[in-house]
Design a protein around this ligand. Structure first.
Ligand code: AMP
Length: 213
């Protein structure tokens, strides 16, 4: 058993969705540590490609900085490569920020077939609070953790790197990201993602056991 005996010793596949600023990165990281599985963030994968200056990164940069969705084939290329890794095959994952459209949900189903997702977690945070969080957010360019500007020093608590603003946390870009969430991702949350256990789960309850555990 892994993750403090919460889950059986076989892959667990969870997707975490929510509007920008709902805490997907933070909560997915925590959940991944509890479950003992890798945390896979498509936003982080894309930022790493941009940082490396790879062909995907060079094409993705303008979309990320404008708060628009990166075209599916680019995101899928990065994601499919990561999902092929041995740790993911063995342990599963907590997927943060994917799927964001119905087409992506269909593509994910195909990538994971025949197993599929075990659970989908939706983080529900009102838009106003999410906007305040994003406006005050500093992130660590090294380890990806984020903190609120009012709370901490300019250095990452975890690795000591100087914290920075994300280019897409600019107020106009935040607006576009919220619009994209409402238009593209919201329709997904009305039951179009299939999971082994479709019962709703809220953050105040313990995370449910994986299939058949
Ligand atoms: P995030 O780190 O999840 O806030 O994502 C930051 C940005 O990366 C998003 O605003 C998009 O530009 C891009 N991105 C992340 N995940 C996806 C995805 N599943 N589909 C398309 N673009 C994505």
């Amino acid at each position: 058993m892994r993750g403090g005996d919460m889950v059986a010793n076989r892959p667990v596949r969870v997707a975490v969705l929510g509007r920008p600023g709902s805490g997907k990165g933070t909560q997915s990281g925590r959940l991944a540590r509890v479950l003992g599985v890798p945390h896979v963030s498509t936003g982080e994968l894309l930022r790493a490609e941009i940082e490396r200056g790879s062909p995907v990164g060079r094409r993705a940069q303008e979309f990320v900085e404008a708060g628009q969705l990166v075209p599916d084939e680019m995101v899928l290329e990065s994601l499919a490569e990561r999902l092929d890794d041995a740790d993911i095959e063995r342990d599963g994952f907590v997927l943060d920020g994917f799927p964001r459209t119905i087409d992506q949900a269909v593509a994910l189903d195909a990538l994971l077939a025949p197993a599929g997702l075990d659970a989908v977690v939706e983080l529900m945070v009102p838009e106003r609070e999410a906007a305040e969080r994003l406006g005050a957010r500093l992130v660590c360019p090294e380890c990806g953790r984020s903190v609120s500007r009012d709370q901490r020093s300019a250095l990452c608590d975890h690795c000591g790197t100087v914290l920075a603003r994300r280019a897409d946390d600019d107020v106009d870009v935040i607006r576009s990201r919220f619009d994209v969430f409402e238009n593209e991702t919201r329709p997904l949350l009305n039951g179009s993602i299939s999971t082994a256990d479709s019962s709703p789960w809220t953050a105040t309850e313990p995370f449910p056991k994986s299939r058949g555990a």
